[in-house]
Design a protein around this ligand. Sequence first.
Ligand code: ZN
Length: 295
Amino acid sequence: MSGKLFSELQANVLVLSDSMFPLYVIRGEKNVLVDCAILAKAGEIEDKLAALPGNARIGMVLLTHSHYDHTGACSILQEKHGFEIIASQRTKEVLENDKAIAFIDELNQKFKKILGDVSNSVFTKPRDIRAVRENDIVPLGGGQELEVFETPGHTRCSISFLQKPERILFPGDAAGVMERNGSIKPLFLSSYTQYEASLKKLLALDAEVLALAHNTAIRGRERVKEFLGGSLAETRKLKGKILAWLSQTDDFGRIAEKILAEEYAAPTIMGPREALTINVTSMVKSVYHEFVKLP
Ligand SMILES: [Zn+2]
């Protein structure tokens, strides 16, 4: 590992440095970790936590959704820290399902291979998950609290957390992903319509900081608005492209390959190709079911 282990986003929010999976730690009466990256990163996350000034113990974990690259290191970290997990009811249900646990582990094992991790680490069922819903308040002590917003569309289980009073928004993948070159990739995997509605909901929150799950955070109310507005525009643009393809073929896999070749030539979020193909195929299906073949 080289470079800084962590940096400061705000006085009370640190970022555990990582080019693909930066993790946010909200500091207060207890440390709150936002999402858990992949299993292969568990050791590095521990090293970074150990380097934090003062208390390095994680007292609470927020899961924005149940995807393998947000939950992968969760069970290993929980063994050591014994934290409570805050998530949506749907994420809780997914993480209580044996088949889902096996699938999350399978994708994490593939990612370990890509990264050359030959350890025998496995993802197992996390414990102690508390379900939260729209407008629930999670007090953090010391005048800090989190408000919960249901933001489905990326997945059915997606929620966002708004830290107050500083208004730092943790959207998980509900706001899309910003590539290193600044372009925004939409991620409406479970529903286009819900994804668009969630983006509008996030826009209306007037956040001061947007703490994106991959690569970067955006500071300043105007810049946050600009990003979310841009994300909305890209989302609508991709829908248009998918609709154009769907007028020629209903072979979802083929459309996904075309889009992957065009748009995802150099993805920032390296991972199993399988996961990327699943993602794009899901977006094609969302548009098909919501705009072509009406239910
Ligand atoms: Zn995701």
